[in-house]
Design a protein. Structure first.
Length: 642
């Protein structure tokens, strides 16, 4: 039982009307874990005062929480794990690329509802430096709204409008770093010692050089190294991402408390999910790669346990794009199980799906998924195909080798396949952060362009277009049924192609991730009901799949995922079940040719017990021929058992 479950239990027993009671009860419930996590990071001898200060902070922060949200918190506590529901279908979008600003976005709620979206992730809308700012991930404030998006009032209105429609809102909390224009950074640069202690600053290069021995580079092309010299203060500051993003120094408990306050102020604007950006990097230690360290996990638990006391209706998403066995740890392990982040990006599935498209095989996917430990109850994935970032090839070398492939050669093949170095490949991606010395690199590009739609349309090749559409629909069909919250990247619902306009913008040219951050095409959307257009085919298919998901509770994440072994390397099959013996069998073909699977295992699972089952996707009955099930190229089947 995790802490959230305890709160649910206690809240159902207490009908106390004193508004302070929930806070005190929740604090009492979490106190031992808060204390433990706090003193595991900050030694008790040195930081007793800081702990006292933290305890004093709770009533102050609770007093800041608006009444409507306090009520919502209580309601959510009673309901339990609202985020596991089949009704959750997300969209990630850039406000300015979607419909100009926050008001514009609010006007488009009917469109989102028409598609079936009930959960929005808005890319950063906080103030940021002019010029380069990593798409807003260099923050000048944690809870103000940048003028170009509108005002704080607009955000509050949007949040209220979404709440009214039972929709959910997620914003980023860029917890690892601030911009160099953040008030603390400015004061530090001016020589203020207190604020220099809020970052990792050093008077000379001795310690930075020690760190560099084992620190990898996140953006080796545009921001090599992990430290930046700031002439104004004549000190070196740690900048793991870009040189204008200063890493916060969490060895200082003041930083934790200030950031907790920022987090509460952010959530008080009506935020349901907080995306904990780059949280794997929160703790740094010489001699390590300073990622996924145990202290980082303790710190996240500390944030989680504190916010749960103040705002229990808000949950955390882990943005940890790290090795599969490390991602799962952000749900919390041992005593912390279920007490870190409730949701994590399923980056492993995403990267494996792209591998399967290029190789037309699912063997690496099977091998990798089998080796990921089961996630805790109460925790779930965000399943996605594309997002605003690149696709990293973070597969486990051991598994690539087990396929009989050379890991380096295999990664080279994937880069060649997706980044236009093979004439026969349908993909039109771009290379990101390519290192010619090591051959390492990542991939950018929109889903539709990576899956061949751009090339198909250019060459007026109907077969290629059709194949791309099938792939787009199949991949979305997988993320909608895998278990967890599907997150559609805005534009993918209408097959938006690469946007090359970033090449003309000096502040973006060096960062090819902008190729997959396009403007929403409302002209195409106006035509979406016209059945013949490729964009309409995608939209209508996704709209239908989303509606099916929402109608069938078996799609909720009850932690019931099981891979099915078909004996055919081109096929991915998995089953989801619930306690009522309902089942959903998903079968997909990653090959360009029709494929068959021997079907006795499907019969055994009971999918033909009441005659031929209907495939929900095509709305057609599924027949076996000589005990074999045939799938067309890139077909996905959703078979239901009830
Ligand atoms: C996350 C964001 C990415 C950003 C980085 C630094 O990984 O997704 O876009 O560059 O954090 O904040």
């Amino acid at each position: 039982m995790n802490q959230a479950a305890l709160h649910q239990l206690i809240s159902s027993k207490s009908k106390e009307k004193n508004p302070e009671t929930p806070l005190n009860l929740r604090l009492a419930t979490n106190l031992s874990l808060i204390q433990q996590s706090f003193f595991s990071i900050y030694s008790e001898e040195k930081h007793l005062d800081a702990f006292q200060k933290l305890l004093d902070l709770f009533p102050k922060l609770f007093a800041l929480r608006p009444e409507a949200l306090k009520q919502q918190d209580l309601k959510r506590l009673e309901e339990g794990n609202w985020y596991l529901s089949e009704k959750m279908v997300g969209m990630q979008l850039y406000v300015e690329h979607f419909n100009e600003d926050l008001k514009g976005l609010q006007e488009k709620i009917p469109y989102l509802k028409k598609l079936g979206i009930n959960f929005l992730h808005l890319m950063p809308i906080t103030p940021r430096p002019k010029g380069e700012n990593d798409g807003g991930y260099a923050v000048n404030s944690y809870y103000q709204v940048d003028k170009k998006y509108g005002t704080k009032k607009d955000l509050l209105e949007l949040a209220a409008a979404l709440r009214k429609q039972d929709m959910f809102l997620m914003l980023d909390f860029v917890v690892n770093h601030t911009s160099n224009e953040f008030p603390w950074a400015k004061k530090a640069a001016q020589g203020n010692k207190k604020y220099q202690g809020y970052y990792y600053t050093f008077e000379d290069e001795t310690i930075p050089k020690e760190f560099e021995k084992s620190l990898p580079e996140v953006f080796p092309e545009t921001s090599p190294g992990n430290f930046t010299h700031i002439p104004e203060m004549d000190r070196w500051v740690m900048t793991v991402f870009n040189d204008y993003q200063w890493d916060l120094n969490y060895t200082n408990p003041e930083v934790f408390m200030e950031m907790l306050t920022n987090l509460v102020k952010l959530t008080n604007m009506g935020i349901d999910l907080v995306r904990f950006d780059a949280l794997a990097f929160l703790w740094k230690k010489i001699g390590t790669d300073s990622q996924n360290l145990p202290e980082a996990h303790n710190l996240i638990t500390l944030f989680r346990m504190c916010l749960q006391v103040i705002a229990p209706g808000t949950i955390f998403l882990a943005e940890a794009i790290v090795a599969p066995t490390e991602i799962i740890k952000y749900f919390g392990e041992d005593q912390k199980e279920g007490n870190e982040c409730e949701v994590a990006y399923n980056a492993s599935l995403m990267a494996l799906l792209w591998n399967s498209i290029a190789t037309k095989k699912t063997n690496l996917l099977y091998r990798s998924l089998t080796n990921i430990p089961a996630k805790p109850k109460d925790c779930t994935w965000i399943n996605y195909i594309r997002c605003h970032d690149d696709i990293g090839l973070g597969y486990d070398d051991r598994f690539i080798e087990a396929m009989g492939w050379n890991p380096q050669q295999h990664r080279k093949f994937l880069l060649d396949y997706y980044c236009q170095r093979l004439d026969w490949s349908p993909a039109r991606g771009l290379l990101f952060m390519h290192n010619p010395k090591t051959g390492d690199g990542r991939i950018t590009g929109s889903a539709a362009s990576l899956l061949g739609l751009e090339k198909g349309l250019d060459k007026k090749d109907d077969a290629l277009i059709q194949e791309a559409l099938s792939k787009i629909i199949m991949l979305h069909g997988i993320i909608l049924s895998f278990g967890g919250i599907p997150m559609i990247y805005a534009g993918d619902e209408i097959g938006t192609l690469n946007d090359y306009s970033f090449l003309k913008d000096d502040s973006k040219r060096e960062d090819s991730r902008w190729v997959n951050r396009p403007q929403q095409d409302w002209e195409i959307i106006a035509e979406v009901e016209k059945k013949g257009l490729p964009q309409s085919k995608i939209f209508l298919a996704l709209q239908k799949l989303i509606a099916l998901r929402k109608e069938n509770p078996v799609f909720a994440d009850g932690n019931s995922f099981a891979l099915c072994y078909t004996g055919n390397d081109h096929i991915l099959a998995f089953e989801r079940t619930d306690n009522l013996k309902n089942g959903l069998l998903v079968i997909c073909n990653f090959d360009e040719n029709p494929q068959v699977v021997e079907a006795s295992w499907i019969l055994k699972l009971g999918y033909f017990a009441k005659g031929e089952p209907k495939d929900l996707v095509s709305d057609e009955k599924v027949f076996l021929k000589s005990g074999l099930l045939e799938l067309m190229p890139y077909q996905i089947l959703w078979l239901k058992k009830s």
